[in-house]
Design a protein around this ligand. Structure first.
Ligand code: SAH
Ligand code: SF4
Ligand code: F3S
Length: 477
């Protein structure tokens, strides 16, 4: 009965072989019968998680629009609802289950509506089992490796009126020539690689996203050049660990060379995320320092301040090595802004080890840091580690860490007061449409009064008048 289902399998997802990356330029197609399926119909897409997932959301939207669907901002009136999910922490998953739960009664009233769950949660065995047993309103589950098959999967679900589950747990290939409906009109994400082979012991991403695999440089450059032609002002190159770009294709100094080639196109603003502190090469630093259109902003997640915890996390560097890299970048690029990701409450993290995390925050004085309580992910090595630390201790540590991070974020923001900064205008700010917002080169958010005629996508100079804890206020000059 359930023979056609393809269920996820975390054990297979962990396998890595030395096989070459397969680059597919012609796998995506919309079958004849599915071509007009969406005509007169609406889709609702909600995306959680990192920029990689946001970029996948743009692909999903692009595919649906090629099938004739139009977007709707509310799921109540949608013909197809897609939840593009994140599996990195339990909280993100609970939210999705809550929302899918709420859709039950609408599905009852409108049985023709199709509810789909995709993204990283779909790659997890436990999640898919839970959907099978308790979330009967879900019609379609597909994973991160088979987005290109969405037209076929959607058509089959619609035609058979039966549940379709298709998740591949494999190393993965690179699928080119997918459509995209981009969210931004002047800022764009460009994938340069997929997957992750770092296997940090707490992290589910290497299982949900497969092997590290790079796109060909010519395919990336083609996308970049099209974006420039379409008037985009800022490009962010995406990878779970961009330092590894091109290694699977045999490129030497892959990321530094790619970054340089993209910078040479003259795109006004170039960014990249995420760079792992391990294997951050001198040639990368040199390229960032050399080109004014590469933004002086580096997201350099430290995760923890104790060598013992870093070792158990499988992070491949010591705090001394992290500091040495940090200092070397600072010396080469004095105005560089740094942000970080930090986890508290890793299994059995002691008080003393947590203090070391505060110490590295004191040392780096990050412009901002994203802080998390460790969340146990089934299938990862850390999930098997014994943990005797009380939840209340972890919460207390998180509060201390948030306060310390806020102190430096505020100090950094104060240092901008009186200065004039280049800002890329995003548009009217969310809270007050008389005020516009945008980001500095160093990725600080600014709310400011514009001069007449200024519009989204303009690069303007803004005098910073005041600093709030996490934002700046100013006026265009
Ligand atoms: N590839 C990127 C981002 C990975 S996910 C990187 O390595 O930096 C983003 C952040 O989520 C991580 O940096 C980490 O701080 C956090 N994270 C990942 N797994 C987690 C877990 N199990 N519990 C809590 N935080 C986690
Ligand atoms: Fe996860 Fe580590 Fe890979 Fe980042 S580098 S995605 S934290 S395994
Ligand atoms: Fe989440 Fe998947 Fe990104 S787990 S952080 S959406 S790679």
């Amino acid at each position: 009965m359930k023979k056609n289902w393809n269920l996820p399998d975390l054990k297979t997802a962990r396998i890595r072989t030395k096989e070459n990356t397969l680059i597919e330029h012609s796998l995506f197609e919309i079958p004849e019968e599915a071509r007009n399926m969406g005509s007169g119909k609406k889709y609702f897409l909600r995306t959680y998680g990192c920029q990689a997932n946001e970029r996948d959301g743009e692909t999903i939207a692009g595919i649906l629009e090629e099938m004739g669907y139009t977007a709707t901002p509310t799921w109540e009136d949608a013909d197809v609802v897609l939840m593009n999910t994140c599996a990195v922490r339990e909280g993100a998953e609970q939210k999705v289950f809550g929302e899918v739960g709420q859709m039950k009664h609408i599905k009852k009233a409108r049985p023709d509506m199709i509810i789909a769950v995709c993204g990283c949660m779909a790659q997890e065995e436990a999640v898919v089992n839970r959907i099978i047993t308790t979330y009967r309103q879900v019609d379609l589950v597909f994973g991160t490796h088979n987005i290109y098959r969405l037209p076929k999967l959607l058509y089959e679900t619609y035609r058979t009126k039966k549940r379709t589950i298709e998740v591949f747990s494999k190393q993965g290939e690179v699928i080119e020539n997918l459509p995209a409906r981009r969210v931004g009109t002047h800022k764009a994400y460009v994938n340069i690689m997929y997957g992750c082979d770092k296997f940090c012991t707490y992290c589910i991403v290497p299982y949900t996203r497969g092997k590290e695999r790079s796109r060909l440089k010519e395919d990336i450059m083609q996308e970049v050049n099209e974006l420039i032609k379409d008037g985009y002002k800022e490009i962010t190159l995406l990878g779970q660990n961009v330092n590894a770009y091109g290694k699977d294709l045999g490129y030497a100094d892959g990321f530094a060379n790619l970054l340089e080639e993209v910078a040479k196109t003259g795109i006004p603003r170039l960014r990249f995320v995420t760079s792992h502190p391990w294997d951050f090469t001198q040639s990368m630093i040199d390229v960032i320092a050399k080109y004014p259109n590469i933004m002086k902003y580096i997201h350099l997640p430290v995760q923890a301040g104790s060598d013992e915890v870093l070792r158990r996390m499988g992070r491949r560097y010591t705090i001394a090595e992290y500091k040495e890299l940090f200092d070397r970048i600072k010396k080469a690029i004095p105005d560089c802004a740094f942000t970080s990701d930090i986890i508290v409450g890793f299994p059995n993290e002691t008080e003393e080890q947590f203090q070391k995390t505060l110490e590295i925050v004191d040392y780096c004085k990050y412009d901002l840091a994203y802080t998390f309580i460790y969340s146990k992910r089934a299938g990862t090595p850390a999930a098997l580690m014994e943990d005797t630390v009380d939840r209340s201790v972890k919460e207390e540590h998180l509060q201390q860490l948030i306060a310390r991070v806020a102190k430096y974020a505020n100090e950094k923001n104060q240092s901008y007061v009186g200065k004039t900064e280049w800002v890329l205008v995003d548009g009217p700010s969310k809270k007050n449409s008389d005020v516009y917002s945008g980001y500095t080169e160093t990725q600080h958010l600014v709310n400011f009064r514009i001069k007449e005629g200024t519009k989204a996508g303009d690069l303007v100079q803004v005098k910073i008048l005041e600093a709030k804890s996490f934002t700046l206020d100013g006026e265009q000059i």
